[in-house]
Ligand binder design. Structure first.
Ligand SMILES: [Fe+2]
Length: 203
């Protein structure tokens, strides 16, 4: 297990990705209270290398700087989201890029639609962190600035093309369960089941 899901705020999820051998770690989306995922990092004796933001919204980024100041970790975001994140992003990533956290490989998948440059993360070909692109049973809203349902449809199709065995870890605890196999979501999640933009728009 190289991933820990941590509930923060009302219904947000932060994540700790870590390598057991090298003790290197990354925190994904430190919104609300970054001290909670940071405690998980400290309790496991890990050193924080990266702070990764799936997108720029404050509930996913508000404790970026606090964690960076405390640890010297580098903030990572897509080029588009980086412009909107208040604290300085150190590393801009693009679709297909990989980040190495010790032995753990994190692949960047561009999945805009909720925001203009949102990313999902494929961790060790086993876990899929979706941010606010997709939740268990739903997808993120597309009516905020930078949101676009047409773009969201394309991103959902991209996710639909991934392996059934990936376990989906979303940005919010909106579903009946906190995570689920992508194969199961393909069969049950209405937004993944939508075969056309028109169908998605009606949901
Ligand atoms: Fe969001």
């Amino acid at each position: 297990m190289a991933l820990e899901q941590i509930r923060v705020g009302q219904d947000n999820f932060s994540y700790v990705i870590y390598c057991e051998r090298t003790k290197k770690a990354a925190i994904v989306d430190p919104g609300f209270d970054g001290s909670v995922p940071m405690k998980a990092v400290s309790d496991r004796g890990l050193s924080l290398e990266y702070i990764i933001n799936t997108h720029h919204h404050g509930d996913h980024t508000s404790d970026n700087q606090k964690l960076k100041d405390a640890t010297g970790a580098r903030i990572v975001a897509s080029k588009i989201e980086s412009r909107r994140i208040g604290s300085g992003v150190d590393l801009e990533v693009e679709n297909g890029d990989t980040l190495q956290i010790g032995d753990v490989e994190v692949k960047i998948l561009l999945t805009p639609g909720h925001t203009e440059g949102g990313i999902s993360l494929i961790v060790d070909s086993a876990f899929l962190i979706t941010g606010d692109t997709m939740f268990i049973g739903d997808c993120g809203r597309c009516d905020l600035p930078g949101g676009d349902i047409k773009v969201m449809f394309t991103s959902l199709q991209r996710i639909k093309g991934l392996s059934d065995d990936l376990i989906v870890y979303p940005g919010h605890d909106y579903g009946p369960i906190p995570h689920d196999a992508l194969g199961n979501q393909k069969r049950t999640n209405k937004v993944l089941m939508a075969k056309s933009l028109e169908e998605l728009s009606k949901i």
